[in-house]
Design a protein around this ligand. Sequence first.
Ligand code: COA
Length: 719
Amino acid sequence: MNSGCCSSDVDSGAAEIERLFRPRGVAVIGASTNPDKIGHRIVENIVSAGYRGGIYPVNPRGGEILGHPVVPSVASIDGEVDMAVISIPASAVFDAVVACGKKGIPHLVVVTSGFSEVGNNEEERRIVEYTRAHGMRVLGPNIFGVYSAASSLDATFGPGGILPGHVAIITQSGALGIAMIGKTASESLGLSALISVGNKSDVDEADLLEYLAEDEATRVILLYMEGVKNGDRLVETLKRVTRRKHVVVIKSGRSKRGAMAAASHTGSLAGADEVFDYVMRQCGVLRAESVQEAFNWVRFLSDAPLPSGAEVVIVTNGGGIGVLATDACEKYGVDLYDDQTVLKGAFSGVMPDFGSSKNPVDLTGQATAADYEKALDAALNEDGMDAALALYCETAVFDTGRFAELLRDVYARYRERKPIVFSLFGGERIVETIETLRREGIPVFGDVYEAVSVLGALYRSWRRLREADEATTEAEVDVETIGAVLDRARADGRGFLLAQEAREVAEVLGLPVPRSRVARSLDEAVRVAGEIGYPVVMKVVSRDIVHKSDAGGVALDLDDDAEVIDAYQAIMRSCRGYKPDAVIEGVEVAEMVRSGVETIVGARQDPSFGPTVMFGLGGIYVEVMKDVSFRAAPIGPAEANEMVADIRSYPLLLGVRGESRKDIDRIVDVLVVLGHLVDRCRDITDIEINPLVVYDYGEGVRAVDVRILFRNPKGGDVA
Ligand code: COA
């Protein structure tokens, strides 16, 4: 199809995503008078949700659906159309897309299945190529549609009855998305938008997040993801959006998947789920373990005010449940209010003599409904207590019958001012109370851990919302010089650098490699050793000897000229014996690296997120301990510091048992540089420093062994 031939193509570049949510008119291609067809269901939902723009069912058979005349073709629509929902068999979709292009319809919502999800990549590509060339955008294919509260538009074939509200859901799973519609309705959770992204052939999460970040109605965004496409753009977008809105993610596929390339430790340690987890945290996204947890979080986050501080007070009528809540607070990173004088002042008048005004404030099982209400009032009126967790265990003296009313009143009085969460434990009446209040949107939970988990989510997101943007740091990377080193190795048919070449790159990057030079004779070896300074190590330099130690080609800890002479002769003798035809270029004389804390630093092109960096504890047990952390690159010093602090062995770097603190700042420098390297040089697939030896504060680090793998289109070997 010639793209230049159609006068009414969408002509102003890529269509604005906003029109997808506020279309002036919607065509439904494949609208059927048969109520069992998906195309009929979509028209029915559009009509019953109250969309006020033009509704144009399209079907060559004609007729009428719910009062709307069916037009025979897109071309015959008389009116402004910004969206076409396509629900016809896959083989007919491309022609319909072209008809939409001719009509100048900017947004296509392709419900139809049977494209890349079943290996029909070609047809999907054809559609996207056409739409790109015509400035159109495609949502899908293989989706259940889109809902937008902004225009009361339910262009889905879901069960209907979506309530307008403040949560936007972007889902890759169709079935789960449709099930969520039912769940949101039964839990009275209002949505600002619901978007099924399916195969993400064009419009993806990043496009939608850009729009939702600006959408006033949206307070929380929930993402359900199965796989990541265009990960580096997603990271960049999420980092910005989480500074403005709460973002929650559920991702399926936590189970282990073989690492894509195990040619390096970094590759084999970078399990897809671990990397995803770290990158989401780096972006300030809250990752939920389950759909229920995600629901609890988004419901609470969409309604709760932001706290003015971090300290939470727990009010309980049961000591045991109070202790459980304290444990849960530790687990979810929730801080407890701790000023004993204020606690005593606030609560002494409202509790029995044997109660405790320490936090958790324990009113004991003697407390009546009136005591409980007074205590909650006291907590919520105290300025320094920023949020409240109200726990209740059913008791004989408490009027449980009126309890729902009491909680409703307390919630209504304070909901705009402070975050409040309730957790109730008891028999049938309590279970009923929980259900009733939840339906009203009040954050009530049967399990205390669930209650604390929502507060934890709020606080994590709150901290993120308050963070200032980290100033972007541009680490210097001399791309040209590094590219020239790679080109030379490419010409040699390799996909990896030899030790000397890797060292050259390390020096260009300013990495602290041990001082070293190649000596081509005994005299030169002695001279170089003297210049570098004793003690030194020597290693044979020969392309033909891969396992240098096995060949007797390595000598360590040489303290003076005499030891260098002996070692040089011994190396030559054993290497010639090991491989008589080996071409020996000389020996590498290098500074003997003192021992310190061995760490590993890697950077690579991750299959989902592109450039990523890894940091961990090194040494021979690196694969067993798996004590590593990841970030999407590039990163600045603050993010690098956080990733160092993420590993379990971090205390070793802070100094344990009287040892001094290690030079963490220099590790940070290396992480920042490596992150920029793999971001700028996408051909470098892996760079790994193992070990990076770390010394005491002020004494720096040493990059002992640097390995580099890169893409060689001519199919270079891997080390
Ligand atoms: N323009 C307009 N109408 C057309 C058309 C065209 N080019 N080609 C066909 N139609 C009409 C058909 O005549 C039919 O109308 P009718 O009932 O009046 O005869 C209607 O469009 C639908 O076509 P039909 O062939 O009956 O298909 P269908 O409704 O059985 O299936 C899909 C169409 C899109 C629903 C189906 O192909 C599909 O992909 N199903 C899976 C959807 C899905 O699960 N998506 C992912 C969810 S997460």
